[in-house]
Design a binder for this molecule. Structure first.
Ligand code: BDR
Ligand code: CA
Length: 308
């Protein structure tokens, strides 16, 4: 059993990632969830985290984290995720309360109180993790690895060079990539390979409680891709969770990756050293390149139906 803490900004695809993890509770133990301002304000995405747990009927502690990136002002993504950050499904009767701790204290306590090592799954801007590593560096030796969605080895989405999570808080990403903790990086390319066809969303219609929620979620989320004349939507944040469950369906390579923080055209870019050269820096990241799309959707769908 692998113990994970999920740091996120739900987020339609964050919701898919969380549900995927919850459905696989014989392999992954979700020890807690922390939230960060990203897709929407931290208050909105934190409410969304409670909605997801309510739908899945699971009581897992949720601690709110950073309102703002380390240096830049917060830039949200209502164009993809709507005004609530998770537009589409309506969830009522939320009875769960937030943890009294903030995300950084919560993460520290969860990591240090456990005998073994914990894996961090990071699905939003890396602000909470950067604050954690700078405030309590003693946690480093108890973190197995950080499996994250962010960056890309050749393209971005927020800009030509930078992916959204890293663009929102490049300085936090820089701290995480320089922490010495092994990183598994699901960037733009593998996320696009892990897309759900708009036609595949219909399988969730009028099935059960969780699948009905997923249907409403993906129906809203797919509007963004439809607007770009695409027939599918990338389920970005489910990639790092899927890799922990089924690494065999991915192709990956080890690289040294650094984050551009000097500004300009490449601000927030994950610069992946893919050279064949004599004095290469030691790899710090497992970069996911590609995934078997059919298997990805099959595992994702069966996880959702298993929760119904
Ligand atoms: C990332 O940005 C957010 O909009 C998604 O939730 C995902 O984490 C994709 O660039
Ligand atoms: Ca996210």
């Amino acid at each position: 059993m692998r113990r994970i803490l999920i740091d996120c900004d739900p987020g339609h695809d964050d919701a898919m990632a969380i549900l995927l993890a919850l459905a696989n509770d014989t392999v992954l133990e979700v020890a807690g969830i922390t939230t960060v301002g990203g897709n929407q304000t931290v208050d909105k995405v934190s409410e969304n985290a409670l909605k997801i747990l309510t739908i899945a009927n699971r009581e897992i502690e949720v601690a709110k984290g950073a309102r703002e990136p380390l240096i830049k002002p917060l830039q949200c993504a209502p164009e993809a995720h709507g005004d609530t950050g998770m537009d589409g499904p309506i969830v009522e009767n939320i009875t769960m309360q937030f943890s009294k701790k903030n995300a950084v204290e919560f993460l520290r306590d969860k990591i240090l109180a456990f005998d073994g090592k914990t894996t961090i799954v990071a699905l939003g801007p890396l602000t909470n993790l950067a604050l954690l590593l700078k405030t309590y560096p003693e946690v480093k030796e108890k973190i197995e690895e950080i499996a994250l969605m962010g960056g890309g080895y050749s393209i971005g989405n927020a800009t030509a060079a930078a992916e959204f999570n890293f663009y929102v808080d490049p300085h936090a990403a820089h701290i995480v990539y320089h922490s010495g903790i092994p990183i598994i990086q699901a960037g733009c390319e593998v996320s696009h390979a892990a897309s759900i066809l708009h036609t595949e969303i219909e399988q969730f219609k009028e099935k059960g409680r969780v699948s009905g929620f997923v249907y409403d979620l993906l129906k809203f989320y797919s509007k963004f891709s439809e607007g770009l004349n695409l027939d599918r939507s990338p389920i970005f944040d489910a990639c790092p969770v899927m890799y922990l469950l089924h690494p065999e369906i991915f192709t990956a390579k080890e690289h040294y990756v650094d984050i551009e923080i000097s500004g300009g055209l490449t601000e927030g870019m994950s610069v992946t050293d893919r050279r064949v050269w004599y004095d290469m820096p030691k790899p710090n990241t497992t970069v996911l390149y590609d995934v078997d799309r059919e298997k990805f959707i099959e595992y994702l769908s069966s996880a959702i139906f298993a929760l119904d």
